[in-house]
Write a protein that binds this ligand. Structure first.
Ligand SMILES: C[S@@+](CC[C@H](N)C(=O)[O-])C[C@H]1O[C@@H](n2cnc3c(N)ncnc32)[C@H](O)[C@@H]1O
Length: 384
């Protein structure tokens, strides 16, 4: 974990990449957008990022590990020295890249020749049954940040309270809603994120009485969309706060090659509109208005005039930025926006997009949760 985080503020120039613990933007005063050259590290890391493009998620663990290590392979193969180099390499944020510990890598050498052959590499059992989801998260030390497990919030509040990261504490009465939240399935989000999103929705609708629609930008299979609908039904708010879904329904656009780091690829996560419709119909839910297109191409008139709540979950720098740009002018005072994957290193562009977007605004991203923990890798914004 990198603790020295008061960069990017008030004209301070970062001389080397600095990756804040979570959240670039809780620094007092006007935050200044980091320029790319401030953030980017060495060319070889950028090259490595390009090579590991898309390996973390889509491959079996050992295949993925082979691809992540490939740029470090020497002529003799995966020598201990080559493996050491891999474990010491830092990414554009200054964080160690996503490979297992050196000891673990070396232990793959079964015949003791101080060389891990491809066959030996394939014996890597992956990171199943461990807390973090993939190599990237493990190496980026989410274990340290998120020590509590999934049954409550997944991050250690005390840990975050000890950093300059600001956390948003939900009010007590929103906890009453947890029972309903926990009984309702959602999509590609963690338990803690689901809880935070549900409680945020509760606060906006019940406590805050904020006017406007509920929007999800980045829908995928629509499982979080049906989750939102269920909660709105429970809150008796489907008329006053209609749900609107926005997606290309053709998957991700191309990423910003510099802002987004390694994990991108146009067309990924493509789920056609009909499938999303079907997931509503399967539950006997009415199909909400679905707005098709890349966010930046969807006309302003298709967005609800007033928005009370938005969940933006679109992975990439250009997508998160355009999502924020579309939603922001329509947010009512007190509206809540959740940013998925915020401060998750697998999609560094999400945090950068928020940071750059908010540079000239007063609002700042916080980590949502309570004294029993925070939801990791989820940003919380409240419109002032
Ligand atoms: C991670 S998935 C969303 C997961 C979903 N929110 C859930 O909880 O299950 C990302 C979605 O964002 C969509 N997407 C990404 N960038 C987009 C953009 N610029 N415009 C429209 N859709 C986009 C993709 O098509 C994909 O369906």
């Amino acid at each position: 974990m990198i603790f020295h985080i008061t960069i990017f503020a008030c004209g301070a120039q970062a001389t080397r990449p600095v990756r804040p613990a979570t959240g670039l933007i809780q620094v007092e005063g006007k935050a200044e957008a980091a320029t790319l050259s401030q953030i980017m590290n060495t060319a070889n890391v950028a090259e490595w990022s390009a090579k590991m493009n898309n390996t973390f998620r889509s491959q079996s663990p050992n295949k993925s590990l082979e691809q992540v290590l490939a740029p470090f392979k020497s002529e003799q193969g995966y020598t201990f020295e080559a493996l050491k180099k891999a474990t010491e390499t830092r990414d554009v944020w200054g964080a160690l890249i996503g490979v297992p510990d050196l000891v673990e890598l070396q232990s793959l050498d079964q015949d003791g020749d101080k060389l891990v052959s491809k066959g030996e590499l394939m014996k890597f059992q992956g990171l199943q049954h461990r807390f973090c989801r993939n190599l990237g998260e493990v190496k980026y030390e989410c274990k340290k940040r998120c020590t509590k497990g999934h049954d409550k919030f997944d991050g250690d509040y005390a840990y975050f309270a000890g950093t300059t990261t600001k956390t948003y504490l939900f009010k007590k009465d929103s906890y009453e809603f947890l029972n309903k939240i926990d009984r309702t399935g959602a999509g590609a989000i963690s338990t803690a994120q689901r809880r935070a999103i549900g409680m945020g929705l509760y606060e906006v609708i019940k406590a805050g009485n904020v006017d406007g629609a509920v929007c999800e930008l980045g829908v995928f299979h629509g499982q979080t969309s049906t989750f939102l609908w269920s909660l709105l039904t429970e809150l008796d708010a489907t008329d006053k706060h209609p749900l609107h879904l926005f997606d290309s329904f053709e998957g991700l656009p191309d990423c910003d090659k510099k802002m987004d780091g390694g994990m991108c690829g146009p067309g990924q996560m493509s789920v056609p509109e009909d499938k999303v419709k079907q997931s509503f119909l399967n539950r006997n839910f009415p199909v909400p208005p679905m707005h098709k297109g890349f966010f930046s191409d969807i006309s302003d008139s298709e967005f609800p005039e007033k928005i009370a709540f938005a969940f933006i979950d679109a992975d990439l720098y250009p997508s998160m930025l355009s999502g924020l740009q579309k939603v922001w002018p329509r947010l009512s005072k007190g509206a809540v926006v959740f940013l998925h994957d915020y401060a998750w290193e697998g999609y560094p562009g999400t945090e950068l997009a928020a940071h750059n977007f908010l540079a000239d605004k007063v609002e700042r991203v916080q980590l949502p949760g309570g004294h029993d923990g925070v939801a990791c890798n989820l940003g919380y914004l409240r419109k002032q």
